[in-house]
Design a protein around this ligand. Structure first.
Ligand code: SF4
Length: 336
């Protein structure tokens, strides 16, 4: 379904400047933006993917991964088409690298998405699989509808949303599960075809300042973003800008697409990344995409007791009592 975009500026000669993400495309009449999901028609900008649902599933929130917001809860996950990055090893490239111009996937209204979440015992909606910023109008309407029914909301995002879009959705967005893909402009250029990372970091900082629950993911790709210096830069930034309590997930990369020639990330490298994070003072650093790994569990950062045991995306046991360690009483960061 096509709807007029909420954030754009009309320019001379019928062009428009899109204000949805940090690319801020200037789009001449009859043309599309970088992501192909927004089109200038007669001097107005339209989203062509409103309600276009390419993927829908019900998962525990651990799958996003989010570990400190109602652990073990069920969420409805929705994805659409397109992306404002072109990560060469994207796991969801069939939908996120979409550029065909024909949408061709089913329509689901925001209200029906909320109804589906409630009918399936979900406590919230996640917009995920592709970059949720691209169907900003739909996620904003969906988040408002979810809030009216008392559901929670979650963006699984690369952080390349504009400050004004984030400000608009902030009052109805609870969780910001954001990638920090590296800690240099060079890495962001190689991975996301984005010229600089400063705008991403500023958005994450703003999400935190709006009161959202923030968790950070770095998918560690061999020879791309796995140097000690880059990982230490991310960890130190998280501690300084977001706080030592912010969960950081260092996840295993599996070969895909243009990076199919690489080997999966060695588990030893993920463990080294986890050590870098804790050495920098982060309290909750998780090894991801390694089912059964001891560092996928949550431990009390005061006495070291095992609090939440996980296997894959499942919570095996949650010993936290009212969000605190039962042994020493130390509160666990997050929402329980
Ligand atoms: S959403 Fe981003 S990439 Fe797409 S048209 Fe707007 S500014 Fe360009």
């Amino acid at each position: 379904m096509k709807v007029e975009a909420r954030l754009f500026e009309r320019l001379a000669g019928g062009s428009v400047r899109c204000g949805t993400c940090q690319r801020r495309c200037v789009i001449p009449p009859g043309q599309e933006g970088w992501c192909k999901t927004r089109r200038n028609e007669a001097g107005s900008l339209y989203s062509v993917i409103y309600g276009a649902v390419s993927s829908m599933s019900i998962n525990p929130i651990e799958k996003k991964p989010v570990f400190h917001f109602y652990p073990g809860s069920r969420w409805l996950s929705l994805g659409s088409l397109g992306c404002n990055f072109r990560c060469p090893g994207c796991q969801n490239w069939e939908i996120s690298h979409w550029t065909r111009g024909e949408v061709g996937v089913p329509y689901l209204s925001p209200e029906d998405a909320v109804t589906a979440a409630e009918a399936n015992g979900c406590i919230g909606l996640s917009w995920t699989f592709n970059e949720p910023t691209l169907w900003f109008e739909y996620t904003l309407d969906g988040a408002r509808a979810a809030k009216q029914q008392g559901l929670y909301t979650n963006y699984v995002t690369n952080g390349s949303i504009s400050p004004e879009a984030l400000a608009a959705i902030a009052p109805v967005l609870d969780v910001f599960r954001v990638d920090i893909k590296g800690f240099s402009d060079t890495t962001y250029k190689r991975i996301g075809h984005l010229e600089q990372m400063a705008g991403i970091l500023e958005i994450v900082r703003q999400a935190k300042s709006y009161g959202m629950h923030v968790e950070v993911v770095t998918n560690i790709i061999p020879n791309m973003n796995d140097s000690d210096a880059e990982l230490r830069g991310i960890a130190q930034w998280i501690k300084t800008a977001l706080g030592a309590e912010t969960p950081w997930h260092v996840t295993r990369f599996f070969p895909q697409r243009q990076l199919a020639y690489l080997a999966p990330t060695p588990i030893s490298r993920l463990e080294a990344a986890r050590t870098i994070g804790t050495d920098c003072g982060l309290r909750y650093v998780y090894v991801g995409n390694v089912p059964g790994h001891a560092w996928a569990n949550t431990y009390c950062d005061s006495c070291g007791d095992l609090l939440i045991e996980r296997y894959g995306f499942d919570v095996v046991e949650n010993k936290a009592k009212d969000g605190s360690c039962p042994a020493c009483g130390q509160p666990v960061h997050g929402v329980f």
